[in-house]
Write a protein that binds this ligand. Structure first.
Ligand SMILES: Nc1ncnc2c1ncn2[C@@H]1O[C@H](COP(=O)(O)OP(=O)(O)OP(=O)(O)O)[C@@H](O)[C@H]1O
Ligand SMILES: [Mg+2]
Length: 311
């Protein structure tokens, strides 16, 4: 197995702001690799460095074996970038937009026409090819943006939050295309703050927060790291006493306080729940809320950072 991207201690500072604080990761050839993180985590900044649009403050990276800083031209030929912000000419038709972007990549004549047609069909918009982009819905514009990133047959596609603000139909089209292109051999770097998307699409996910990768593994391994389950209990008063006693229970792995609640990391959720409630009862503590968190990436994020992905 080879790595198509290798990043080592990659850092980007904007003045005093450390947007990316030295990240290490590798993307394997042929996988769908996710960057999952909230607003401002540093996803776009990292993607922009890998696309050679931004120069790292320090650290190194290779894409398709080429050095980010020394060989940006070689990298540009081999990557497809679909930016978070749309980059299309509103008054031009979809086909004219695609032919314009294709020509920037050096495509000409019949090959250009054929590639534009292929991309239009791929994203399901061949029948609207002659219409000006400003008549398209947000989701359709995004699909054309993706088509533009694929014209020159890149080895790796960088998708920056491709489903934000798109309708369900376009969203499904994007999912299906990501899966299909990947089956056909394209490596994909997919950034999102939707954990369902990362869970469904990605072979491996880097969870990013405040410029750092705080976990990196398959969705299943990340979720399995939660062990027997996570339970949140709200108590009015006596929280410390309950936590103290509950800590010794065999089904409880660890306990900590977040947002005024008690977070229980359980070896066995059911047993932990029953025995902690018994403790609360015995100590006359009032249970004001009770939540058994679902075993998903949202809970992994909450467990690692103490905050939700979407706040
Ligand atoms: N050109 C810039 N100048 C100064 N600060 C910037 C610049 N671009 C990004 N930042 C800051 O760097 C941090 C990381 O931003 P970045 O856009 O990489 O995050 P993100 O994970 O892509 O977030 P989002 O989900 O909102 O797109 C943020 O605090 C942001 O405000
Ligand atoms: Mg971003």
């Amino acid at each position: 197995m080879t790595n198509i991207v290798e990043a080592s201690k990659l850092k980007k500072h904007y003045g005093d702001l450390q947007a990316v604080k030295g990240v290490d990761f590798a993307i394997r050839t042929g996988e769908i690799f996710g960057f999952l993180g909230p607003n401002g985590a540093g996803k776009t900044t990292t993607l922009s460095m890998l696309s050679t649009l931004l120069t790292p403050t320090s650290g190194t990276a290779t894409v398709a074996g080429f050095d980010l800083v020394k060989q940006p031209g070689e990298i540009k030929k081999r990557i497809g970038l679909v930016p978070q912000e749309l980059a299309l000419y509103p008054t031009l038709s979809a086909r004219d937009n695609l032919e314009f972007f294709g020509s920037i990549y050096g495509l000409r004549g019949k090959e250009l026409t054929a590639r534009a047609q292929w991309a239009l069909e791929l994203v399901g918009l061949a029948d609207r090819a002659k219409d000006a982009i400003h008549t398209y819905s947000g989701g359709m514009k995004r699909r054309i943006n993706i088509a533009a990133g694929l014209l020159h047959r890149p080895e790796i596609l960088f998708l920056d939050e491709p489903t934000v603000g798109v309708d369900p139909q376009s969203r499904n089209n994007i999912f299906e295309n990501v899966e299909r292109l990947n089956r056909e051999g394209l490596t994909i770097l997919y950034t999102t703050h939707y954990m369902e998307e990362a869970e469904r699409l990605c072979d491996r996910v880097a969870i990013v927060d405040q410029g750092r990768i705080i976990a990196l593994d398959t969705p299943k391994a990340l979720i399995d790291s939660l062990g027997g389950g996570i339970i949140h209990i709200g108590l009015s008063g006596k929280g410390d006493a309950v936590a103290e006693s509950a800590r010794a229970l065999p089904a409880v792995k660890s306990i900590r306080r977040i947002d005024g609640k008690m977070e229980i990391e359980a070896h066995r959720a059911q047993e932990a729940l029953v025995s902690v409630l018994e403790v609360a009862n015995r100590l006359d503590a009032n249970v004001t809320s009770l939540e058994i968190l679902k075993p998903n990436l949202e809970t992994v994020f909450l467990h690692l950072t103490g905050k939700t992905l979407r706040d």
